[in-house]
Design a protein around this ligand. Structure first.
Ligand SMILES: NC(=O)c1ccc[n+]([C@@H]2O[C@H](COP(=O)([O-])OP(=O)(O)OC[C@H]3O[C@@H](n4cnc5c(N)ncnc54)[C@H](OP(=O)(O)O)[C@@H]3O)[C@@H](O)[C@H]2O)c1
Length: 433
C-alpha cells in the first residue's frame, strides 16, 4: 500500500505537537491507517531547534509544501484568516487533501473552501479546529448521524472557562485574566477568547455539521464574559445555577438560534461540573438523548491528536480509493438547507435579572407587574435585605422561558422606573430540557 506524504505548514504549538506525535507513534499510526504516514516536508517562518526534523526538507516558504508533487496532504497550522485561506485554496487547486486546525478560517471561508475542494474531489478535514482534542466533529458527522439534533451547547473556550471557574471563588475578572495569561492559557491579546469570537467560530462549525446549514459566522450572536461579576456568579449559585460561557445552537421551526453568551446552567447538569481549561459539548439528539463530550480543548499534543486522526482518515480514504466517505459538513451538498439564523430578539431563554432598587414600598409589586404585563412568569425572586446599602437593595429574579424581545421590553421599562437605579443585569439561563 502507498505511503501517504504529509507536508506541515506552520511549526508552532500545534505543528510541533503534530510532528512529534507522528514520529513517536509512527508504527501504531501506520497500523491503524493501513499505510505509512510520513512527514515529507515542513515549512514555517522560523526553524525550531527543539524539533528534530532529521533529513526532512525545511523551508520558510509555505508554498514549497503546496508545490511539492510528493506531498499528498497539506496540514495547515499557520492560523489566521487570509494567508491560511489562500494557502488552503492553493493546496486544493494542486489536488492536495487538506487538514487544518484553523476554526477562524473554516467558520469564515469554509463554504468557499468546501466548494473548491468538492470540485477537485479532495478532503478538507478540520476536527482540531473545534474543541482541540475532543472528537466532536466526528461524533456529530458520524457517531450521531442517525439523529435529528435538537440543540447543542458547549464550553468551547478553555480560557473563558478557567476565568469563570476562578471567579466562583470571588476573584475579579481582570485579576484572573492576568493569571490566565501568565499561565499561558490566554493569548497576549485575549479578545477572541473573552469576547466569545473564538467560541462563535467553533459554534458556527458545529452548528453547520449538526443541522446541515451553510457556515454563517457573521450571523452568530456573540457576547463576552468581561462584564460578569463574582457578585452575580454567587447569586446564581444561590439560585442553583452556575454561570458558564456557552455556545448554543438550537433548531426551532422558525429558524436556528446561534449564540454565544454567559449562561446560567443548573448546578446538577453534567456541563456545570466541567471546570478549569477543559471544554465540553452537550448534544441533544432525538434518538440518543443528551450526550456530552469533554476533554482538553487546546494544547500541542491534545490538538495534534485531532489533527492526526484527520490525517489517518485521509490516508484510509486515499488507500481505499474513495475521497468522500464523509461529506465536508456531514451532509450531502444537495441536502444543505439555508435555514435562517434567528435574530437575537426571537431566541427563547430563561433569564437571571438583578435590579438595583430603592428600598421603597411597592417596588417589588411594580417590577412584578411589568414582568406580568409582558407575559413573563417568575421562577423565583429574592430581595437581599441583608445587602441594603445607601437605601438601595438588590432584587434578583429568575424568569421562565420567554422570547428575548419580551425581556428586552420589560428591562427597558424597569430601567425607566424612578425606583430602579442604573442598568438591570441580565444573564440568560438554560435548563437543557
Ligand atoms: N494552540 C492550540 O492549542 C490550538 C488548539 C486548537 C486549534 N488551534 C489552531 O491551530 C492553528 C495553529 O495554532 P498554534 O497555536 O500552533 O499557533 P502558533 O504557535 O502561532 O504557530 C503558527 C506557526 O506558523 C508560523 N506561520 C504563521 N504564518 C506563517 C506564514 N505566512 N509563513 C510561514 N510560517 C507562518 C508561525 O511562525 P511565527 O511564530 O514566526 O509567526 C508559527 O510557527 C491556529 O489556527 C489555531 O487557531 C490551536
Amino acid at each position: 500500500m502507498k505511503d501517504v506524504n504529509v507536508g506541515i505548514c506552520g511549526l508552532g504549538t500545534v505543528g510541533g505537537g503534530t510532528f512529534n506525535v507522528l514520529e513517536r507513534n509512527a508504527k501504531l499510526i501506520a497500523g491503524r491507517a493501513g499505510c505509512r504516514i510520513q512527514v515529507s516536508r515542513v515549512a514555517s517562518r522560523r526553524h525550531r531547534s527543539d524539533i528534530q526534523l532529521g533529513n526532512i526538507p525545511f523551508s520558510t516558504d509555505i508554498y514549497d509544501v503546496v508545490q511539492d508533487p510528493d506531498v499528498d496532504v497539506v496540514v495547515e497550522l499557520i492560523g489566521g484568516y487570509d494567508a491560511a485561506r489562500e494557502l488552503v485554496l492553493a493546496a486544493i487547486a494542486e489536488g492536495k487533501h487538506v487538514v487544518t486546525a484553523n476554526k477562524a478560517m473554516i467558520a469564515v471561508h469554509g463554504n468557499e473552501i468546501f466548494e473548491a475542494a468538492k470540485e477537485k474531489n479532495v478532503i478538507v478535514a478540520y476536527e482540531a479546529g473545534v474543541a482541540g482534542g475532543i472528537p466532536i466533529i466526528k461524533s456529530i458527522r458520524e457517531g450521531l448521524a442517525a439523529n435529528r439534533v435538537n440543540w447543542l451547547a458547549g464550553i468551547i473556550n478553555g480560557t473563558g472557562n478557567y476565568i469563570l471557574t476562578e471567579m466562583r471563588a470571588g476573584r475579579d475578572f481582570e485579576e484572573v485574566l492576568k493569571e490566565a495569561q501568565d499561565l499561558g492559557y490566554a493569548e497576549a491579546d485575549p479578545t477572541f477568547d473573552v469576547e466569545g469570537v473564538d467560541a462563535a467560530h467553533k459554534l458556527t462549525i458545529m452548528a453547520s455539521a449538526a443541522f446541515g446549514v451553510p457556515l454563517q459566522f457573521e450571523r452568530a450572536y456573540t457576547e463576552g464574559i468581561g462584564s460578569l461579576t463574582p457578585y452575580d456568579i454567587s447569586h446564581a449559585e444561590a439560585l442553583g445555577y452556575r454561570v458558564k460561557h456557552l455556545g448554543i445552537a438550537r433548531a426551532r421551526e422558525e429558524g436556528l438560534e446561534l449564540r454565544v453568551h454567559p449562561t446560567l446552567v443548573p448546578v446538577n447538569h453534567m456541563i456545570a461540573k466541567v471546570d478549569g481549561v477543559l471544554n465540553a459539548i452537550v448534544v441533544d439528539g432525538d434518538a440518543v438523548g443528551q450526550t456530552m463530550y469533554t476533554g482538553p480543548g487546546a494544547g500541542d499534543e491534545a490538538t495534534a491528536s485531532a489533527v492526526i486522526a484527520d490525517i489517518i482518515d485521509v490516508a484510509r480514504s486515499v488507500s481505499c480509493g474513495s475521497n468522500q466517505r464523509v461529506p465536508y459538513l456531514g451532509f450531502d451538498t444537495d441536502s444543505i438547507v439555508d435555514h435562517q439564523i434567528l435574530p437575537m430578539d426571537e431566541i427563547r431563554s430563561a433569564y437571571y435579572l438583578r435590579i438595583q432598587a430603592y428600598d421603597r414600598p411597592g417596588v417589588l409589586a411594580k417590577v412584578a407587574s411589568i414582568l406580568s404585563e409582558h407575559g413573563i412568569n417568575i421562577e423565583s425572586i429574592m430581595q437581599k435585605e441583608s445587602e441594603l446599602h445607601d437605601g438601595r437593595i438588590p432584587v434578583i429574579i429568575l424568569t421562565h422561558t420567554v422570547q428575548e424581545r419580551q425581556i428586552n421590553q420589560a428591562i427597558a421599562q424597569m430601567e425607566s422606573l424612578p425606583d430602579v437605579e442604573g442598568k438591570v443585569v441580565r444573564i440568560r439561563a438554560e435548563n437543557f430540557v
